[in-house]
Design a binder for this molecule. Structure first.
Ligand SMILES: Cc1cc2nc3c(=O)[nH]c(=O)nc-3n(C[C@H](O)[C@H](O)[C@H](O)COP(=O)(O)O)c2cc1C
Length: 294
């Protein structure tokens, strides 16, 4: 298979990506400089840190490494909506492949935020509505997913993905996202996790927080595979525990169209991204792999 033909395989949210490897939303994508450099190092696209109408923090945000990944209690971008509108306008002008991650306290406000972004950019959106450890989050339900997605659809013509977490009623939540107008889903956001300090016995980062990294990869693969077995055919951006190029392939084999990488980049961000992309390209040229994707 000629690797020059690969870009056409990786279309999502109206974008034809030069690589299926997208940098996921997180602290690293809260800075314009990082976003530009991640793209320059070969990312197919970058998802911004989740933009939220209220940017003050109610608690100290931190990351804690465990054997199988990361725990984090971070929530939304520390930059204001106004700052993001300015940046997204610039990115649009530069024609950079950016996906703006957005959330708001209620569906109406998310629709308003989406409409403001549409005025400065035609970038697609990722609705980051399923952060399980956020202060305003109780339970994800198909109704909640539909309400957020539908509000965005009502107030803008932007293409969007709904980012979901693994958990109960996943297929129903995916269905609700599609009925609400989503053109893709992103699976998965972090899942609930915790750890205890071995010295003082206290929960680290104050209790239940977001768990990401290699430990969640088999769970996310199984969920994507299961959706495909059930004939759910919405485009999926897989996200969870990608560490190397072979992990990217695993997600594509499970049924994802594109693959997001995040936690791995917390170590040697640009080098790690390049390594993953190079490994993916080398692996791609193996004839057996290409046959499996046909
Ligand atoms: C420190 C940190 C911050 C994150 N912030 C966000 C965020 O603002 N919005 C979001 O949708 N996902 C956020 N995520 C989730 C990641 O984008 C990703 O979906 C998840 O961590 C699973 O992928 P990974 O195992 O490759 O990290 C964050 C993850 C981490 C570790």
């Amino acid at each position: 298979m000629n690797s020059q033909l690969q870009p056409s395989r990786h279309r999502v949210l109206g974008m034809a990506l030069a690589s299926p490897i997208i940098v996921g939303s997180g602290l690293l994508s809260d800075q314009a400089k990082n976003i530009r450099q991640l793209l320059a190092h070969g990312a197919g696209a970058v998802v911004t840190k989740t933009i939220y109408p209220i940017s003050e923090k109610k608690h100290v945000e931190r990351i804690y490494a465990i054997d199988t990944g990361l725990l984090n209690n971070t929530t939304y971008s520390k930059h204001s909506v106004e700052r993001w509108l300015e940046l997204l306008g610039q990115f649009s002008h530069e024609q950079l492949p950016i996906i703006a991650s957005v959330h708001a306290p209620c569906p109406e406000e998310l629709g308003e935020l989406a409409a403001k972004i549409r005025q400065v950019s035609d970038c697609p959106l990722e609705l980051g509505i399923s952060c399980l450890h956020a202060d305003d989050f109780t339970e994800d339900t198909p109704e909640r997913v539909y309400d957020y997605a539908n509000s965005v659809r009502q107030q803008t013509d932007s293409l969007f993905s709904v980012k979901l977490s693994l958990g109960q009623k996943l297929q129903e939540r995916v269905q609700a996202a599609m009925e609400g107008g989503a053109q893709a889903i992103t699976l998965s956001d972090t899942i609930s996790g915790m750890a205890f300090d071995r010295v003082n016995g206290e929960a680290v980062l104050g209790g239940i927080c977001g768990y990401s990294g290699p430990g969640i990869k088999p769970l996310v693969l199984a969920a994507i595979y299961d959706l495909r077995q059930r004939r759910v055919n919405v485009p999926i951006m897989g996200s969870g525990g990608v560490q190397n190029g072979m992990d990217v392939h695993d997600f594509l084999l499970a049924g994802a169209e594109t693959v997001q990488v995040y936690s791995a980049l917390h170590k040697d961000m640009f080098l790690t991204l390049r390594r993953i992309i190079e490994q993916y390209q080398i692996y791609c040229n193996r004839p057996k792999f290409m046959e499996a994707l046909e």
